[in-house]
Design a protein around this ligand. Structure first.
Ligand code: HEM
Length: 132
């Protein structure tokens, strides 16, 4: 089935919950439904963790590991549809928004500027020693 067609299919959490065995394992990641049965055995992180989230929303577990782009490509190939949310179902998990930067707060950019000056001072000191 092509991704375009698969993405049109809607499944409720009730539907997803019915697929929790190793041979028939579904999970939800970012509100999309995946049939990961073919991948359980090959998962570099082991089958146990996959079984743990079978039939459930695995977004947090998947994202917490910091999976590679390759892992995401594998995931997309197993897409079977989208979640149809009913009242009481787990809330959608959207990508973590970039934290708004409070004024005066130290930023990563600030930290690297700091590191640059330290480095520059070391180089300057080295050059001074070399010359004298
Ligand atoms: C169907 C969804 C998943 C796919 C396609 C997938 C794919 C992969 C791939 C390709 C790797 C190798 C490293 C990388 O490329 O990032 C990996 C590693 C890993 N995965 Fe997953 N994964 C899935 C779900 C999960 C879930 C739900 C967990 C739960 C915690 C998990 C835990 C891990 C861990 C701990 C590793 C690291 C293994 C190691 O380096 O020793 N994965 N996964």
């Amino acid at each position: 089935m092509s991704d375009a067609v698969a993405a049109e299919k809607l499944y409720t959490y009730e539907d997803v919950k019915g697929h929790t065995t190793k041979k028939d394992l579904w999970m939800v990641v970012h509100d999309k439904v995946y049939d990961v049965s073919s991948f359980v055995d090959e998962h570099p992180g082991g089958e146990e963790v996959m079984m743990d989230v079978g039939g459930q929303d695995a977004t947090d577990s998947f994202e917490d590991v910091g999976h590679s782009d390759e892992a995401r490509e594998i995931l997309e190939k197993m897409l079977v549809g989208k979640v149809k949310r009913n009242p009481g179902d787990p809330k959608p998990k959207t990508p973590a928004p970039l934290a708004p930067q409070a004024p005066g707060q130290q930023t990563d950019g600030g930290a690297s500027v700091y590191a640059f000056f330290i480095l520059a001072a070391i180089v300057a000191f080295g050059a001074y020693k070399y010359i004298s």
